[in-house]
Design a protein around this ligand. Structure first.
Ligand code: GRF
Length: 208
């Protein structure tokens, strides 16, 4: 399964995926392209340092989302990309993109969805006062962080937690979960029935 990883920032999930691939823990998945919408994304440096094909398509340079997304799609085609992993990619993909790209697209999100979608999930969860949060890896659909859930892992919220401390523990959980999900998808080890997704083999953690 030829995978493109879409990024916008730090790239720690990308790095975990690269490490998992090197350790033969990514099933039949290979990271064949990294795409950033931000030229200054550290993730681009990580990709290039590991010898991966990496390209920057800055959304600001396009006058419409369709033109931006057409450029994304053009980057995928020559590399015959079969699946996309959104790993900290801070743009919402439109119905046009989702209808055009036929393979699975998954996203990792730092909360237990459907609680706390959006860009400030950790801050929002802390402000709400939840005692448990976590990570969700889900298929991407037209909604914001609302696609069918593939796997989740719980992270306890401590009394003294700050946004930074909680985010760090959730990130560690993401680093464990995301490669497992990508490996399962690459082997076709899942069933999808409407919103319900069942991993049929492998060991996707439910609690960390
Ligand atoms: C992760 O917490 C992910 O859930 C969220 O953005 C963060 C990306 O981190 N969507 P990184 O760039 O992979 O380090």
């Amino acid at each position: 399964m030829r995978v493109a990883v879409f990024v916008s920032g730090r790239g720690s999930n990308l790095l975990r995926l690269i490490e998992a691939q090197r350790a033969n823990e990514l099933g039949a998945a290979t990271i064949d392209l990294v795409v950033s919408n931000r030229p200054d994304a550290a993730a681009l440096t990580i990709a290039r340092a590991h010898g991966l094909a990496a390209t920057c398509i800055p959304h600001r340079e396009f006058t419409s989302r369709t033109l931006f997304e057409n450029e994304l799609l053009s980057a995928l085609e020559p590399r015959r990309i079969e699946a996309i992993v959104l790993a900290g990619f801070m743009r919402v993909l439109s119905p046009h993109f989702l209808a055009t790209f036929s393979g699975p697209i998954v996203n990792t999100h730092p909360s237990l969805l459907p609680a706390f979608p959006g860009a400030h999930a950790v801050r929002d969860a802390l402000a709400y006062g939840v005692k448990v949060s976590g990570v969700t890896v889900h298929f991407v659909d037209e909604s914001l962080d609302g696609g069918p859930i593939i796997a989740q892992a719980c992270v306890d919220v401590a009394e003294h937690d700050t946004e930074e401390s909680l985010a760090a523990r959730i990130l560690a959980a993401e680093h464990a979960l995301l490669p497992q999900v990508v490996a399962s998808l690459s082997r076709g080890d899942y069933l999808r029935e409407g919103r319900r997704v069942v991993i049929t083999e492998g060991k996707c953690a439910t609690t960390i």
